[in-house]
Design a protein around this ligand. Structure first.
Ligand SMILES: CC(C)(COP(=O)(O)OP(=O)(O)OC[C@H]1O[C@@H](n2cnc3c(N)ncnc32)[C@H](O)[C@@H]1OP(=O)(O)O)[C@@H](O)C(=O)NCCC(=O)NCCS
Length: 297
């Protein structure tokens, strides 16, 4: 049954998000993605401070009832995130109004690319993207595992001097094309180049595996502030056997980092589903990630 509308869309205004919106927003974001909850509480304080891009709310008579964020990964490369409408107000055009507002603002940055990711089930989000000329450019699967108790791993933090070899390994990977040049930070995709790689190494988020042939495996991770989620992206190795070893070691690493929910993102391809067999990683989530892109012509 469609909910009764008790507001006029013309009364919805857009303004920058303020620290004082936090309680209202976090309250309506509690169950955005069912049992999984939402990541907005995790990023709120950081987003409020972020001066690059734009973090805004849809405001009805002084109360935030929706939000959105434009993040500038680098000049010309925009990432849209945090599109939310208070469940009480959904289904009455606010999501559309946020998308239209976002689009005007995003274009004012004169971007080359505008991208965002959403769940494969999220027909509304995909519709809103396509309505702006965005195209689906890739799909990613999320694997998960139980973190074992471990006190050592063969993975070591990468050093800045490893950057060239890591780049070479990523490019030599037989599945290189499937990544489409992106670094996957959970459900966020950004162009992976030397500058980004060096930043990730400095942040101690890149781990490498050395064997007799030298640098033979790499994985990159992000951990949530509460440590619970350790999400790996761009796990690549010289050959399948080494990749399987790196996958097993990544589980141990997650355990050592006290992460209770290790996850790993791979391009959606049957090859990866075969490779993870016997490594403790599982692929049985009913949804996958959809990456949308708008490209300046
Ligand atoms: C996605 C979300 C922001 C939409 O907000 P909303 O206010 O309910 O959306 P609207 O009422 O403005 O509808 C948006 C569009 O979706 C369309 N739509 C609605 N149901 C649809 C469906 N099942 N399939 C395709 N399109 C659909 C509407 O017709 C409208 O399109 P139009 O403007 O071209 O007519 C809201 O549902 C939400 O907060 N969801 C949880 C968070 C989320 O999924 N965020 C996005 C991706 S991370």
């Amino acid at each position: 049954m469609k909910k009764k509308k008790y507001f006029e869309i013309k009364d919805v205004r857009f303004r920058q998000a303020k620290a004082s919106d936090k309680a209202t927003v976090l309250d309506f974001c509690q169950k955005t993605f069912g049992r999984w909850g939402d990541y907005i509480p995790e990023v709120w304080d950081q987003w409020i401070k972020d001066r690059k891009g734009m973090f805004f709310v849809a405001d009805l008579h002084g109360t935030a009832i929706g939000l959105g964020k434009i993040t500038e990964h680098r000049p010309g490369e925009l990432w849209l995130e945090g599109l939310r409408v208070d469940p009480t107000f959904r289904g009455h055009g606010i999501g559309r109004a946020i998308q239209d507002f976002t689009w005007v603002k995003a274009l004012s940055f004169k971007p080359k690319f505008i991208r965002y990711a959403t769940g494969s089930y999220n027909k509304i989000s995909i519709h809103l993207g396509k309505s702006k000329g965005m195209k689906i450019i890739n799909y990613y699967d999320e694997m998960w595992c139980k973190a074992p108790k471990a006190d050592e791993t063969k993975l070591v933090p990468a050093r800045t001097s490893d950057a060239d070899e890591i780049m070479a390994l990523l490019k030599k990977d037989s599945r290189h094309k499937l990544w489409k040049g992106f670094y996957l930070e959970g459900w966020k995709a950004m162009t992976l180049d030397q500058t980004l790689l060096l930043r990730l190494i400095k942040e101690k988020r890149v781990y490498v595996y050395f064997d007799r042939q030298g640098l033979s495996g790499v994985t990159m991770l992000i951990q949530s502030k509460d440590k619970k989620y350790v999400t790996f992206g761009n796990t690549v190795a010289r050959d399948i056997k080494t990749l399987q070893l790196v996958l097993k070691e990544a589980r141990k690493l997650a355990g050592m980092l006290e992460g209770r929910k290790p996850e790993m993102v791979f391009p959606r391809n049957p090859w990866y589903r075969k490779v993870i067999k016997g490594t403790g990683w599982r692929h049985d989530l009913p949804i996958h990630m959809v990456l949308l892109e708008w490209k300046r012509r």
